[in-house]
Ligand binder design. Structure first.
Ligand code: M6R
Length: 612
């Protein structure tokens, strides 16, 4: 969603800000803008892409060593130039960029209108900057104090940076419920909504906590205080990602790069955690909570989108291997349905970005009710890992494509490790089977590698079905979530309507849709209730549906019935979701490319959904 970049230091700010905005493009946005302070405070914004803003400013003299910039994903007011950020205060002496939503903005706006303020945009952000200006003028306080007092009046979520014409050496930043990172360079500061625009300048960062205000002054130490006016000591952390991981590395799209990285990302997610020969599974981050999980009434997995699908695979894993009851909830539903939770429940929150607003809210709710909260996240230092009691990072590396790919397989890898560890502790599977599963997991990245080498069949199928209007994805057991994930991938990047279903449910409704124009993707590996899935395929074929089947290498039964087959290497049933998802990611990718879609930044979508 919206992206923030700000800079103060000896260098020219504009090139740094524009590059930063480009790094944040993956988050999704519909307008962009920049404010620069030299002798005057100047503001430029355009509807559309950062490239348009760049083009608009091309050739202009844009001096200034302090500035703020923003990509906006519309919430209040349509995506147009006026509503784009930064926003000026009425006197044009302050400029602000803001992520999040000020929920009581209408009330504050009414008050400000009574006091003579006029508003140009429909945004809550313009209300906030004028509130800051009003407090500064009427209470005669310094800028940081005016920001602090204003933030005490607002209800909602925010990450803001304020730039003042009268303070050419200071930026004020603050956050609540929306992330903000401050990069500390040798003689400069970078601020951004995530670390991607900062990595190339410094690895030293401070993640602001909720309700903290940072006073960032040229050539001075960073100062942080709470909005209740308590001084805080900045906690400096080291970024682990490197610049190369943020580049396309020769690929045309981040999505393809990330799909092809999965042998590596799965290996990295297991590194140091799995010692197959010794029979050791050790997730250091949750070690202290193992007994709690073992004794839990149940595990509740909360997540959204693709992470929710990983959670569904987790449900099969924990119940099957460790015999622990699991519920999987959409975080957005969980948070509003007054769930029954107590201190004997363990919540596992799954999130690639670690910033998803609904997942964060679900965590807070469960925490209040006394549950233990564990996290499985990809972005180190993001909000969810900081809100949980403990957790495991996925180590998939930065995921820039909006469609989640390598994060999913890494999440499922971590869930598999957790479930195996619980099974080991509880003794719910025999030692020989346990050792065999560890070995199969250990060699899984090699199978992923093998699979990624040749995608000619997937390309051929993509060519054949690129003009389809609908797709149905079917799977059973461990592969039901894979069907959901395959359908989600296709719809989000190709805009083809697709539905995932448990294969046996098809005859209770979706079967009515099947005719010679309906492609049906069936995940039918030679594991579990294979025969039942074969019967489901026959049901589709009997109605002339076109079957694209994901099968185990060497399968002949399905090959004889299906129109197309995509082979995956043989593995254990519990590990099939990791392998079977990958060709579905590729199928979605190639179909989207053939349809001319922007796969890395599909329309209307944001990479991290930081508002409700
Ligand atoms: O960052 P998160 O994993 O919490 O994000 C959850 C969803 O927003 C995300 O998975 C979304 O569904 C992706 N676009 C899926 O490709």
């Amino acid at each position: 969603m919206c992206g923030i970049v700000a800079y103060i230091g000896p260098k020219q700010a504009y090139p740094i800000l524009i590059k930063g905005l480009q790094r944040l493009e993956y988050r999704g946005y519909d307008s962009a803008g920049v404010a620069l302070l030299n002798d005057e405070l100047r503001l430029f914004k355009t509807k559309g892409k950062v490239s348009k803003l760049k083009e608009f400013l091309n050739g202009q003299h844009l001096p200034g060593t302090i500035g703020i910039a923003h990509t906006r994903w519309a919430t209040h007011g349509e995506p147009n130039q006026i509503n784009a950020h930064p926003h000026f205060s009425q006197s044009k002496s302050l400029a602000i960029i803001h992520n999040g939503i000020i929920e009581n903005y209408a009330l504050i706006k009414e008050e400000l209108i009574k006091r003579g303020y006029k508003f140009e945009s429909d945004t809550d952000t313009e209300v906030l900057v004028n509130l800051i200006e009003d407090i500064r003028n009427n209470e005669g306080v310094l800028l940081d104090e005016a920001v602090r007092l204003a933030l005490n009046q607002v209800v909602g979520a925010y990450a803001i940076v304020v730039l003042s014409k009268d303070h050419p050496n200071t930026l004020i930043a603050a956050r609540k419920g929306s992330p903000l990172v401050i990069g500390i360079g040798k003689d400069d500061y970078h601020v951004a909504s995530d670390a991607t625009p900062i990595i190339e300048y410094t690895k030293d960062v401070v993640y602001l906590e909720d309700e903290e205000v940072a006073i960032i002054t040229r050539n001075q130490e960073l100062k942080i205080k709470s909005i209740k006016n308590k001084d805080k000591t900045p906690y400096i952390q080291q970024l682990e990602w490197n610049l190369a991981e943020l580049e396309k590395g020769g690929y045309e799209h981040f999505m393809l790069k990330e799909i092809n990285e999965q042998a590596r990302s799965i290996r990295d997610s297991m590194r140091g955690r799995l010692k197959a020969r010794e029979g050791i599974v050790a997730l250091g981050g949750v070690k202290e909570y193992e007994q709690k999980i073992l004794k839990a009434n149940r595990i509740i997995i909360v997540a959204c989108g693709t992470s929710w699908h990983a959670g569904l695979v987790g449900e099969y894993l924990f119940e099957d291997l460790a015999r622990i009851p699991v519920e999987v909830e959409y975080a957005s539903e969980f948070r509003y349905r007054n769930p029954i939770i107590n201190e004997n429940d363990v919540i596992i929150a799954i999130s690639q970005s670690g910033e998803t607003a609904d997942t964060l809210a679900a965590i807070e709710l469960a925490k209040k009710k006394g549950a233990t909260i564990l996290g499985i996240c990809n972005v180190v230092g993001s909000s969810i890992p900081r809100a949980t009691h403990a957790g495991s990072y996925t180590h998939a590396g930065p995921e820039i494509g909006v469609a989640s790919t390598k994060a999913f397989t890494a999440q499922v890898t971590i869930l598999t490790l957790m479930a195996l560890r619980m099974a080991q502790m509880k003794g719910t599977i025999p030692r020989t089977r346990f050792m065999h599963l560890l070995h199969s997991l250990d060699i899984l990245p090699d199978k992923v590698e093998e699979m990624l080498e040749d995608d000619s069949v997937v390309r051929l199928i993509a060519e054949e079905f690129k003009d389809a209007g609908n797709f149905l994805y079917l799977g059973r057991g461990y592969n039901f979530p894979v069907a959901l994930e395959g359908a989600l991938k296709l719809k989000e990047i190709s805009y083809i309507h697709a539905e995932g279903y448990p294969a046996a449910e098809m005859k209770h409704g979706p079967i009515a849709l099947i005719d010679e124009n309906m492609p049906v993707v069936v995940i039918s590996p030679y594991v579990g209730i294979y025969d039942k899935v074969v019967s489901n395929i026959r049901e589709v074929k009997a109605r002339n549906g076109k079957v694209i089947a994901i099968v185990t290498k060497g399968d002949t039964t399905v090959k004889d019935i299906a129109d197309y087959v995509i082979e995956i290497p043989k593995t254990e049933e519990i590990l099939v979701p990791i392998l079977a998802t990958i060709p579905l990611q590729k199928l979605a990718y190639y179909i989207a490319i053939l349809r001319g879609c922007n796969v890395d930044q599909p329309r209307n979508l944001a990479k991290s959904v930081t508002v409700e």
